[in-house]
Design a binder for this molecule. Structure first.
Ligand SMILES: [Zn+2]
Length: 533
């Protein structure tokens, strides 16, 4: 009769995996740990006839910091909705290590909702009022524990970053994290070629959007699609089918500005607010951890720097005065050597000799030149240069040509000369030796010896001077030859340009001189001083 009257309490048990489980000497696997918790709690329920198990809530979050605990959320909802009278848990720390959560629920909401909380290993029971202080102390100790773990992890990561170890599971496009060492980046040769092409396309004058379009048209897989195809874990979750993830202007910009391609690692750009709040926040640049030369570079420094300058130039807002002046500081008057200044009309932009302003009216180069026309002329000239020296189909011929070019011929001739002079010097040495022997043997007198040796010494000096100048001439031509090679290499990345930008102009052109207009022929002399021969 009494038994019947006794009100049954609806019990929910809460189970959670914890990193403590992994610290144990006899490592239990996850299912084992959950099983043990469950058995303990079911045993407790059996002891009390008023307890009725109605539900089990089980989370696999290891940290206890409460980032992603769907079952915990469900438990709270059920408590609020009056479905649960008692929560059973192995320990208070399994429920939460967060002081705020303990306070919020154990000492506030649960009381409001009429929910009792019991944990066994630390003897917490909200039905026992005198128990409150010990529950709070438990909460505090648990929170300290969590904070320590979090700080330890943070400092371990920081040390790794400071040692140039790669700590993210996601490598930038162009690299991969090898199985044998997941703190290292190695070049993914296929993706690296695409990265190189992106840098070259940008230097050729294409923008972010144009490059993205170009790659999509060529059916080159985007970084996420590529990784997906290779079976690599992705750091983005998208609802779209992978095949639809295309190259975007943003992806191109990210690649073009990423120092990882120089072989440097920049880590620690972002962090979480705290061990309790996992919101991502950006760190100040001064706090980033930057370690150089941690892995193989894909892009050389020269190219990378040029791209950074180009990005700055091209994204500069256009001023009221007109277009960003790609020839600025380079255009001069052929007649008076003054610089040509820019002036605008409603329709076009022009360049005019700066000696032609009011009060300066003393240059014969009166007629201004239209800016866009000059741009076309220069573009044409640069393309001619590219075609002449760097046309890809002709590169091989050019190599052959190089072998027979004037520098090579010159060097060959000089080397022959050097040989002749060296022979002469050797001959003199031989004569001197013979003279000395003749002197020793009394065939010639000391006086005669001195006389003869004077002449030979004089010849010897002349030959030696001669040899010196030949040597320096040879090294001069070798250097020139090297320069041709270097220039060739430098520009081999350009093919046919469609448009100019400041980077290209700066690379090719030192100065441009504009002559006066010949009205009869309607033409003018334009001379270009190239940055190379
Ligand atoms: Zn002038």
């Amino acid at each position: 009769m009494n038994e019947m009257k006794k009100k049954l309490l609806r019990v929910g048990i809460y189970l959670r995996l914890s990193d403590e489980d992994n610290d144990k000497q006899n490592k239990l696997d996850n299912s084992e740990s959950i099983k043990n918790q469950r058995n303990l709690l079911l045993g407790e329920i059996e002891k009390r006839s008023e307890f009725l198990l109605v539900d089990e809530y089980c989370d696999e979050d290891l940290s206890g910091a409460g980032t992603y605990r769907p079952e915990f959320e469900r438990l709270i909802r059920d408590c609020e909705n009056g479905k649960i009278d008692v929560i059973l848990c192995k320990s208070q720390s399994r429920f939460s290590r967060d002081m705020e959560i303990i306070e919020k629920y154990l000492h506030n909401k649960f009381i409001e909702w009429g929910v009792r909380f019991i944990s066994f290993s630390d003897n917490a029971d909200t039905a026992n009022i005198g128990n409150k202080k010990s529950r709070q102390i438990n909460g505090l100790v648990n929170e300290w524990y969590l904070e320590d773990v979090s700080n330890n992890i943070r400092s371990a990561f920081k040390t790794k970053m400071e040692h140039g170890e790669f700590i993210s599971p996601f490598a930038s496009f162009g690299y991969e994290v090898p199985n044998f060492d997941n703190n290292k980046l190695v070049v993914d040769s296929v993706a690296a070629e695409i990265v190189k092409e992106i840098f070259n396309l940008y230097l050729m004058g294409m923008g972010f959007t144009a490059i993205a379009k170009y790659l999509n048209n060529k059916n080159i897989p985007s970084p996420s699609l590529y990784k997906y195809q290779k079976g690599i874990k992705l750091n983005i979750i998208s609802n779209r089918p992978r095949e639809e993830i295309k190259w975007s202007a943003n992806a191109i910009k990210t690649i073009l500005t990423n120092e990882v391609y120089l072989g440097h690692l920049i880590q620690g750009k972002r962090t979480t607010v705290s061990y309790k709040n996992h919101k991502i926040k950006s760190k100040d640049k001064s706090e980033w951890i930057r370690i150089e030369n941690t892995h193989e570079a894909i892009i050389d420094e020269d190219t990378f720097n040029k791209v950074q300058i180009a990005i700055k130039e091209r994204t500069k807002p256009i001023k009221q005065t007109g277009l960003a002046h790609i020839f600025s500081g380079k255009v001069f008057c052929l007649e008076c050597n003054q610089y040509m200044r820019k002036k605008n009309s409603s329709k076009h932009e022009y360049l005019q000799c700066s000696n032609n302003r009011d009060g300066y009216n003393d240059c014969i180069n009166k007629q201004s030149i239209r800016y866009d026309k000059l741009e076309n002329i220069i573009l044409n000239e640069i393309n001619k240069k590219i075609c002449k020296y760097y046309n890809e189909e002709k590169l091989e011929d050019l190599d052959k040509l190089n072998k027979n070019n004037k520098f090579t011929d010159k060097i060959k001739a000089l080397k022959k000369q050097r040989e002749e002079v060296s022979n002469s010097i050797a001959k003199i040495k031989k004569y001197l030796k013979k003279l000395y022997e003749d002197k020793v043997n009394g065939i010639i007198t000391v006086e005669q010896f001195k006389d003869l040796i004077k002449d030979y010494n004089k010849d010897n000096d002349i030959y030696k001077d001669n040899l010196k100048s030949i040597e320096s001439e040879i090294s001069y031509y070798i250097k020139k030859k090297e320069n041709v090679k270097k220039t060739k290499k430098k520009f081999s990345k350009y093919k046919n340009l469609n448009s100019l930008n400041k980077v290209i102009v700066d690379e090719f052109i030192d100065k441009i001189y504009i002559g006066k207009l010949n009205k009869k022929l309607n033409s003018r002399d334009i001379q270009i001083k190239w940055n190379f021969k």
